[in-house]
Write a protein that binds this ligand. Structure first.
Ligand SMILES: *Cc1c(COP(=O)(O)O)cnc(C)c1O
Length: 220
């Protein structure tokens, strides 16, 4: 997996060190995750709080970082701040406020990403691009949250090139928000690209690629 990421980076003149693999372990049992860790995986991505709690407990001896990449319900915020180093999917002020409150209780600065619904599909999570700047300004005032960048999921295509415009749109939005130089907001990370399209996402500037199937094999 790392070879494919490195090759994609070199092919477009990027330093591979600027791209991190988030191995997506949803539905994958702890034993298989342990094998991946032993093979060198250092960041894992989970979608479901309950499943992640058990797995993270079981693998607590390993010095790995856990990221939350699923849809976060407000009532699970208190677990999320205890379990995850980075939460990729913040898309509302209500959720951010609750997360801030829970992070404060445990004296933590929670690292987060803002999920953008770049394709404007009504079925999808994420804030619309046109509302993103004001959301980020509002969240930047919450003292126990730290915004690191943007995340998106393009529509599903069977050809990775079709996802490219969505990835480049996310990068352009990131650049635009960066120019605003909002206090307490870093726009260094772009979480985009999965098994089917991560090479294109890397060409378009991804710094975190979320890859499940190509790491663990097909999920049930
Ligand atoms: C499952 C999932 C992935 C990984 O998908 P693969 O196609 O298996 O690489 C990435 N991101 C999110 C948000 C996911 O839910």
């Amino acid at each position: 997996m790392n070879d494919r990421i490195n090759n994609a980076a070199y092919a477009c003149g990027r330093d591979p060190e600027t791209i991190r693999l988030v191995a997506v372990s949803k539905t994958i049992p702890a034993d298989m995750v342990r094998e991946a860790i032993n093979a060198g995986v250092i960041i894992l991505g989970e979608n479901y709080i309950q499943e992640a709690r058990e797995k993270i407990n079981e693998l607590s001896a390993f010095p790995v970082s856990w990221h939350f990449i699923g849809h976060l319900q407000t009532n699970k915020a208190k677990y999320a701040v205890r379990l995850f180093d980075l939460i990729h999917t913040i898309d509302s002020l209500k959720l951010a406020r609750e997360l801030n409150k829970q992070a404060k209780k445990i004296n933590k600065i929670q690292q987060i990403m803002i999920q953008i619904n770049i394709s404007m599909e009504s079925s999808k999570s994420g804030v619309y691009e046109q509302n993103s700047l004001s959301l980020i300004r509002d969240i930047s005032c919450l003292q126990n949250l730290s915004i690191r960048g943007l995340m998106t999921m393009p529509p599903f295509f069977n050809s990775p090139e079709k996802a490219r415009p969505y990835f480049s749109a996310l990068r352009e939005l990131r650049d635009k928000i960066k120019k605003e130089a909002i206090q307490n907001v870093s726009m260094e990370e772009l979480s985009m690209g999965m098994t089917g399209d991560f090479e294109v996402a890397i060409e378009e500037g991804a710094t975190l690629v979320r890859i499940g199937t190509a790491v663990f094999g097909k999920r049930n």
